[in-house]
Design a protein around this ligand. Structure first.
Ligand code: PRP
Ligand code: URA
Length: 218
């Protein structure tokens, strides 16, 4: 059992991830579900954020509560991670968003970087990487490599569906990075499957195409 892996068992998460998988779910509903699932997973992934005391005055009396101490950065991996930002912003509207653009080469399954405009030094103390799919793990590992080179210290991966292959590779490459998922699936597709190699089985298909309605090109 991977110590760093959290797979939600919350009934709301299980209900919504099932609807998300359904091939009859259209892009509008798909985006809504990605947003809601991101909020639920984001809630779990932020349970250890540091706080500091904050004095406030209620209508009745002064009291002391807390406020968040850490500066949160959301790092959506383009394209599919974009749909998770709004959900987490409902919980933490002050979070900064730094985009990383990667796509998987269809033949090699290796991530290819095409966008990164991180500032010279980290502006946040906690980075939440957002990407619905953790397949081979290549995209997540490459993103964490980039963030660590940048100087990020506290990094978490927040996804929706993972394959065991991706979870294992990511945990080996970056054992310090916790992984939060709504589901851990059976395996990746291989040469004997009708679907292209490297997709999560049963998964949900292509998360980017299903969000952005781009799946039906010739
Ligand atoms: C998908 C997904 C991840 C990556 C996962 O992106 O959103 O970023 O594949 O696969 P991996 O774990 O094997 O790296 P894709 O490359 O399809 O790009 P897109 O989001 O632009 O469609
Ligand atoms: N990317 C996706 O969008 N889906 C998969 O199953 C694997 C990678």
């Amino acid at each position: 059992m991977n110590q760093n892996l959290f797979v939600s068992t919350h009934p709301l998460v299980l209900h919504k991830i099932t609807k998300l998988r359904d091939r009859e779910t259209d892009p509008k509903k798909f985006r809504e579900l990605v947003r809601e699932l991101a909020a639920l997973l984001g809630y779990e992934a932020t349970q250890d954020l540091l706080t500091q005391p904050l004095a406030v005055q209620t209508p009745l009396a002064p009291t002391t509560g807390v406020e968040l101490k850490e500066r949160i950065g959301l790092i959506p991996i383009l394209r599919a991670g974009l749909g998770m930002v709004e959900g987490i912003w409902t919980l933490m509207p002050g979070a900064e968003v730094w985009h990383i653009g990667l796509y998987r080469d269809e033949k090699t399954l290796q991530p290819v970087q095409y966008y990164n405009k991180l500032p010279n030094v980290p502006t946040v103390t906690v980075c939440l990487i957002l990407d619905p799919m953790l397949a081979t793990g290549g995209s997540a590992i490459a993103t964490i490599d980039i963030l660590k080179k940048w100087g990020a210290k506290k990094i978490k991966f927040v996804g929706l569906i993972g394959a065991p292959e991706g979870v294992n590779s990511l945990s080996e490459a970056h054992p310090d990075v916790p992984i939060y998922l709504a589901a851990l699936d059976e395996r990746l597709t291989g040469s004997g499957d009708p679907w292209p190699t490297g997709y999560i089985m049963p998964g949900l298909g292509d998360a980017g195409d299903r969000q952005f309605g781009t799946g039906n090109r010739e």
